[in-house]
Design a protein around this ligand. Sequence first.
Ligand code: C2E
Ligand code: CA
Ligand code: CA
Length: 933
Amino acid sequence: FQDITHPDDLESDLAHIGVLLAGKIDSYRMKKRYFRKDGNAVWVMLSVSLVRDVDGRPKHFVSQIEDISAMVEAQRSLELASRSLEQTQHLLEASQYAAQVGGWEWDIGLNTLFWTNETYRIHDLSPGEFSPSVDSAIEFYTPESVQVLTAALQLAQSEGTPYDLELEIVSARGRHVWVRTTGSVTQVHGRVIKIGGAIQDITERKHAEQWQLHYSHVLALISNETALKDVLVALALFVEQWAVTAKCCILLMAPDDAHLVLGASPSLPGYFAESVDNIEIGQNGGACGMAALNRAPVMVEDIETCEGMLPKWRELANKAGLRAVWSVPVFSSERRVVGTFAVYHVEPWAPNHTDEDLLARSAALAALAIERARHQEAQRLARTVFEANVEGVMVTSPDDRILTVNRAFENLTGYRVDEAIGNTSAKLLDSGHHGEAFWSQINEQLVQGGRWEGEVWSRRKNGEVYPIQMSIADVRDDAGIMTQRISIMSDISMQKVQAARIEQLAFYDSLTGLPNRALFLDRLENTLAAAERRGDRGAILFMDLDRFKEINDSKGHAIGDLALAETARRFLTVTRKEETLARLGGDEFVLIAEGADQRSAALIAARLLATLSEPLVLMGVAHTIGTSIGIAFYPDDGKTSEELIKHTDIAMYRAKAGGGGYRFYQAEMSTELEKHLGIAHRLGPAMEANQLQLYYQPKISLTTKKLVGAEALLRWHDPELGWISPAVFVPVAEQRGMMGPLGDWVLRESCRQLKEWQTLGFKLPGRLSINVSVQQIEDPEILGRMLEIVHAAGGVPQWLELELTESSMMSNPEHAVEIMTFLAAAGFGLSIDDFGTGYSSLSYLKRFSADEIKIDISFVRNMLSNKNDYAIVNAIIAMAQSLGMSTTAEGVELEGQAEALRGMGCQIAQGFLYSRPVAANEFAEKWLQPPIP
Ligand code: C2E
Ligand code: CA
Ligand code: CA
């Protein structure tokens, strides 16, 4: 700029810049001369402001240059005129007109005010239309301006001081006009007799100046990372202040690219803002919706008479008292519509050139702010994703130098960021456990596909070798050259710890603190194995409480829980160290007494019974409770845990039937009980007599709340016994080896039903789950049989999901792995039912080809009241996620459970909250899409 600045003005300009940079002022204005390209000097008004970054460092100058040569010329001619009386009025007028500068003179003695023609025009008057006096002329000024002007006139009058002011007037037509007005004084013998001066319309310059200030202010806001909303509000307010009746509304493009959401509308009423938030792009979205659609400004000069305007928008405008709207699209630098900028007016209105210019510029600033905000958001997100990632992230260069790592990497490897950066990852992390071939194979895959994933042994800073799951991806440039390699690492030894924790949690009953069923079974197995080796004997005592159900039902679960806890405590007082007392579930307890014979078993039973002779006092109320005890001995009454438990159960049943106390198991009891129930005999005919049915229970997505499948559950209605629960007859059928044909029936019936729904036009989303018993999977022919049944019914395996209980699979896990692999390959979905009650090891879980884990109902039931159960549910979900399986929670009865499960990341729920299992017709009616008529 030095080359084009007049040498006389250079020094002063540089001095100003120095002061500006030193931070003493924010902006400056000066008159100076520039050289034009043609070599002529031109007088300009220069305004410069400095934009600084967040840290206060100067970033750039914003300068505005205005040509004021006309003004300078006019002033000179005015001076000449007042000096030479011969100067004709005509010449003066002509030059004033050309310069758009008016003149005036106040004769103080006569108290007359003279205006030149141009002065009239500035006031939107025609010459002579108005006879000015000082008092009436001052009326044109705004209140603030009046104060300044009267003070200046007084000073001029009393002290002969000239003035040069920039003031605002309201013209005769109500236009806001900025004027520059000067006053100089004529004195005779030291007395002021006249004050005269020039007046110039500087509205345009003033606007430009205000714009410039605004512009640098907004730029500063943007570069200081001010919230987008605040920047938009500043933009809107500026436009509103410029045009007095204007109200602005800035909308932003929603992420779906099909809607506009509210950005800022500081002066419009709340209901207005609400109505324009999330409007559709297109005609439904009114002027803004159309502007965004057409990518062009939309102008409605009078909303009341505009034909294309939808009634709802007209009503809204009416309510808010708005008559005109003008909306322009806001474009990003890639010319994508990122929003709209609209101005409303309370009167019918059309923009002039200046208004258009203002709005275009405001929209451009809005675009800048929006893009900047989006960019920042994306960056912030990327940063958080990177930093907050629980997995270690490492970015390396093509020559394996570490470029950056996140915090999780530090925790994982023990190396700090600064230690890691610059080193090669091989040097830092290689455990030495893998050979050359391993790495070159990974490299090959990366070169070919750009990705690799697998397990790797790595080494921590402290030397510890540990397993990690590693995903590697190459970043390539446009030419396909690898520029960076991103490795994501997670510690899978943690998964093992977590699995151990699940096991720990899953081994103890949360209510009583006693070993649970799983741990009991484990101990019993060990005991039996050891007993067999050593030829030991012993007793199993099975306790089922009497009258517990009444307490639980009448007093509620809380009291029921107290009763169980107190009973457990009392039982423990008579339990010896070498005996194992466990809670099997519900009100059932069991005790292993190694080495006990009939006599000592009877003694133990008597002691246990005695602990309940005193009533339980629960919350100040006494409750009498008893227990019935069944006793069986190993190895005489059974060699396997199942057999033994079943037999203690039968003996307990007899004790209960006899009014409590204890009973030893006797062989004839078994058949007696079964006869009593008659189940086994009735089941076969029942199948033939069509007494069996399938009921269907919906599976609901916790995220979408929509139906995503169903479970088929067996129902048996016996003409004499009434409804018999599958929980009762399925185990009997299993013992009797009847589960094969029953299972076939279930599969056949399921397919038939699905086919029927299909023909009727109903569609079940997802798969139908059916329960498969352990006996079915023990059958070596199972796969062929199932496929045959499915195909015969005109179905495909993809229709079905097979639920296998965790414990049934764990009875012979190697076999289960094999069968499940076959079933999955054939297209069946697989699910692990009642998860948490068996105790599968993680290594098997990974190998079972299951898609889904069903969290057992017993954990879900108490998850809100019991911390342990809550933790187990949480851990199961986390573990399933880490193994890539989805989770279904069964037995969801409360909204609170659903909510908590969803929060933990569980995908699907099933339970009475949504529906009980219902017959096929009812299910179709309630849950399936009706057929199109
Ligand atoms: P399951 O597979 O764990 O089935 C879930 C059981 O929980 C069903 O009992 C169901 O009615 C019940 N249930 C569902 N939602 C809720 C709830 O919100 N609250 C409560 N308290 N209970 C709920 P159901 O129908 O009595 O079946 C019992 C068991 O019988 C089943 O347990 C399954 O192991 C077995 N079973 C049923 N049908 C078949 C079958 O076709 N084949 C085989 N092998 N076993 C079956
Ligand atoms: Ca099931
Ligand atoms: Ca279950």
